[in-house]
Ligand binder design. Structure first.
Ligand code: FCB
Length: 454
């Protein structure tokens, strides 16, 4: 039977631009996503986050649903342009007030807020000043962070700086398929990446300096787990571990390039070699700033790849078998990513693990019986949580799990095509919410502290 420690925390996550709507309310400035959504052809069917779930106006109802599900923690993000409409300068009181109300509502419902400072809604005004390519971006971020922490840290203890830098730098600044939609040369993208890592470090310093209570601080990169093709083979396990932390063209963007500087204080050597003259030249002390001590290793885990020891002893990535399980996003369902990913990350970085996101896109709708039946989400989550339990049993300190997502939302370039929530949002009919079968199922998992997983 799945055995979770009594201290294990069960949560769900969402992010500001994906659920809030109300993009013009109370002095909010524009973000790069507001601009990007208006570029023809960039978002599926021309969708935008203008209204989304209207969580900005309906947060009290949403917190009520979270309470009904028994969530113990909720990972939310703050929209920087609500706090500083131009990205810098005097904070906008009405923007801070919104998060103040949200935090109070969560606490009143017995739900611990975990706050991410940046989940991709970068202020458009700062993009016009060079965005992450401008080295000042690290100070802009630290200043913004200070305002938020000064306001909320009497009640908020758990903080994350950045969500998935490899995605907003890679997809947003290099591939051009996310906001702001740039296709920078590799060297420039890596420079923007360096500045964003610096922003992380300065952000951590700002949190520790401004917090009114001892803060627990982390970071939320995505990791592509590598799993041994044969979990009984020591050679395959070693190959998977090596592959997870090797910089190759396709993995530089997912693992060590973004985690070694933060946890180990240096860029991975193979990456520096591989990227050669494209690699950034850090200023003195940059890496010390980036490597501020963290309290946990947050990680978004959605999928992984199988690796075996090849004939020449080198790791060899295995193709997925014909007919392998796929989500609506066409991501492979690989539950053991939730065992091997945390295990390898813990071995390398030595931190407790917080699963900051994990979930599945599904084609859900309201059935004739008025309910939302999402057996795939239940099965997906059950399998992943059982793997988390296995990792915990093997001594890997996974402390917290956030399901992505609490509610269906704006899935970036895919608009509303994908549904990730445990709560259904009926966008067409005034945003009516329905807790899906998975939400009721998760409530039972939480109530039994995982025992109901079997
Ligand atoms: C992650 C993002 C999150 C959501 C999920 C599906 O990459 O952090 O906002 O879009 O994927």
């Amino acid at each position: 039977m799945a055995d979770f420690p009594k201290t294990f925390v069960w949560g769900a996550a969402a992010a500001s631009y994906q659920i809030e709507g109300a993009v013009e309310a109370d002095g909010r400035g524009q973000s790069v996503w507001d601009m990007f959504c208006r570029k023809p052809g960039m978002v599926w069917n021309g969708h935008t986050g203008d209204v989304s779930c209207d969580h900005y106006d309906r947060y009290a109802e949403d917190v009520g649903l979270m309470k009904q599900m028994g969530l113990q923690a909720y990972r939310l993000s703050i929209a920087w342009p609500r706090i500083q409409p131009n990205g810098v300068g005097k904070p906008n009181a009405a923007g801070l007030d919104f998060y103040d109300r949200l935090v109070d509502a969560l606490l009143a419902a017995g739900i611990t807020p975990w706050v991410t400072l940046f989940h991709w809604d970068f202020p458009l005004a700062l993009y016009h000043r060079g965005g992450w390519l401008n080295r000042d971006s690290a100070d802009w971020f630290a200043d913004y962070t200070t305002h938020v922490v000064e306001r909320l840290s009497d009640r908020v203890k758990h903080w994350m700086t950045l969500n998935e830098p490899q995605v907003y730098i890679g997809a947003g600044h290099m591939e051009g398929r996310h906001a702001p939609g740039d296709k920078l040369a590799f060297k420039e993208a890596l420079l923007a990446g360096h500045h964003t890592l610096l922003a992380h470090g300065k952000g951590v310093q700002a949190i520790r300096a401004a917090s009114k209570q001892p803060a627990l601080v982390g970071y939320a990169p995505v990791a592509l787990s590598k799993m041994p093709h044969d979990p009984k083979s020591a050679a395959d396990i070693a190959a998977a571990r090596q592959h997870m932390f090797t910089v190759a063209a396709e993995t530089a963007w997912t693992n060590t390039w973004w985690m070694d500087p933060v946890f180990l204080g240096h860029y991975p050597e193979d990456g520096l070699e591989f990227f050669g003259k494209d690699a950034p030249t850090p200023h003195a002390d940059d890496l010390e700033t980036i490597a501020q001590p963290l309290d946990f290793c947050g990680v978004n885990i959605y999928q992984g790849q199988y690796v075996r020891a090849g004939a020449d002893g080198k790791p060899e990535e295995m193709p997925m078998p014909v007919g392998a399980r796929l989500t609506a996003f066409e991501w492979y369902v690989t539950p053991d990513a939730m065992y091997w990913g945390p295990k390898f990350l813990h071995e390398r970085y030595g931190k407790p693990i917080v699963i900051t996101e994990n979930g599945i896109s599904n084609r859900d709708w309201v059935a004739l019986d008025g309910k939302v039946h999402d057996p795939e989400r239940i099965d997906f989550t059950q399998r992943h949580l059982l793997e988390a339990a296995r990792a915990i049993a093997d001594g890997i300190p996974i402390q917290t799990y956030f399901h992505w997502s609490f509610i269906d939302n704006f899935e970036w370039a895919h608009g509303y095509k994908h549904r990730f929530g445990m709560v259904f949002c009926d966008y067409e009919n005034g945003g009516t919410r329905t807790i899906k079968d998975s939400g009721h199922w998760y409530a039972e998992v939480i109530r039994t502290n995982g025992a109901s997983l079997g």
